[in-house]
Design a protein around this ligand. Structure first.
Ligand SMILES: Nc1nc2c(ncn2[C@@H]2O[C@H](COP(=O)(O)OP(=O)(O)OP(=O)(O)O)[C@@H](O)[C@H]2O)c(=O)[nH]1
Ligand SMILES: [Mg+2]
Ligand SMILES: [Zn+2]
Length: 308
């Protein structure tokens, strides 16, 4: 039987099988797609073959993982250097960002976007909790939006609690498989509850002492949207390591920097100090935002920064 993994806990997997329903499955020890060294062999969105091992007990076992159309990986930041596959076979990732409660840093956003670019997955930015923002934060929101739109990313601003712009967002999600990602506490599960009120996913307040989320969602899980498409809730990301890449590759994953670099004088320009650098010129003239350029520089210069 063939099915799609809709939940993965590490010890068991829930697989939706057409005509049968949902089966709780385990895996055999050695099951792993060739070429992947990750903490989780099977991930949400994987298409798998399932066998019934013991009919009396209803034991289901995943026997085969189909080749992935694509996937999104998060590099672990610990020393083991293992990676974790967030999801497979997806159409887009919606990065949920908040400017307060909790505050998402631009370096975090940019690191995430670089990863999405490297895996060739469309990323969309969605700023949540706009009901909370001070005038100062609203100004910062405007400038952030401008900077990411210039880089080519679609941006939305919403308030889940006040139902602002959620219809607009629903159109973006319709008929697509979307991964919802972001720091803990930005409102990922709350957003899904608003879109699909019957789900009643667990959510929790922000810690007042630390102004951060409490890692309420612990496993990735995929839900159908009544208007068509699927959304994948994920656990809040604590820290984000950049995947292995050569330094000269990094600029390929900042679309606006990559585009501008066509006009650099030197083909191997690093866009840090070279004369005739078209990227530096674009930053000076405002075509590329300073904050994005600074993220680029910090990722370029800072090996240790990979793991913050
Ligand atoms: N003021 C305000 N609060 C919101 C909004 N959206 C979500 N929240 C609150 O933010 C808190 C965290 O929401 P969750 O949905 O649990 O966040 P999460 O991103 O799923 O967090 P993890 O599961 O820990 O990764 C809850 O108290 C929500 O009520 C919003 O638009 N405005
Ligand atoms: Mg959650
Ligand atoms: Zn250059």
């Amino acid at each position: 039987m063939e099915g799609i993994v809709i939940k993965s806990t590490g010890s068991f997997y829930v697989v939706r099988i057409g005509g049968v329903g949902e089966a709780i499955c385990s895996i055999r020890g050695k099951l792993r797609l060739k070429g992947f060294r990750t903490t989780n062999p099977v991930t949400v969105g994987d298409i798998v073959d399932v066998d019934m091992e013991n009919e009396a007990k209803g034991d289901f076992v995943i026997t085969h993982i189909h080749e992935r159309k694509n996937y999104l990986i998060r590099k672990s930041t610990n020393l083991s250097k293992e990676s974790h596959i967030l999801a497979a076979n997806i159409d887009q990732v919606l990065v949920l960002v908040t400017l307060s409660q909790p505050e998402t840093s631009t370096v975090f956003i940019d690191r995430f976007l670089v990863t999405a670019e490297a895996y060739n997955i469309t990323a969309i930015l969605c700023f949540n909790k706009i009901d909370l923002y001070s005038d100062e934060e609203l100004t910062a929101l405007k400038s952030l939006k401008r900077s990411y739109q210039k880089a080519g990313y679609d941006c939305y601003e919403i308030s889940v609690t006040e139902n602002r712009n959620l219809n607009e967002l629903s159109c973006v999600l319709k008929d697509k498989t979307t991964v919802l990602a972001g720091l803990s506490g930005v409102g990922k599960s709350s957003l899904i509850n608003k879109l699909e009120p019957t789900l009643n996913l667990k959510t929790d307040d922000i810690s007042e002492a630390h102004n951060t989320g409490k890692h309420t969602t612990t496993f990735a899980e995929m839900f159908p949207l009544h208007g068509g498409g699927y959304i994948i809730d994920t656990p809040g990301i604590r820290s984000f390591g950049l995947i292995d890449m050569k330094k000269e590759e990094l600029s390929h994953y900042f679309p606006e920097i990559f585009k501008a670099s066509e006009d650099c004088r030197f083909y191997n320009c690093t866009h840090i100090h070279e004369p005739g650098c078209a990227v530096l010129k674009a930053v000076k003239e405002g075509g590329i935002s300073e904050s994005r350029y600074l993220s680029y520089c910090s990722l370029m210069e800072d090996e240790g920064g990979k793991y913050r």
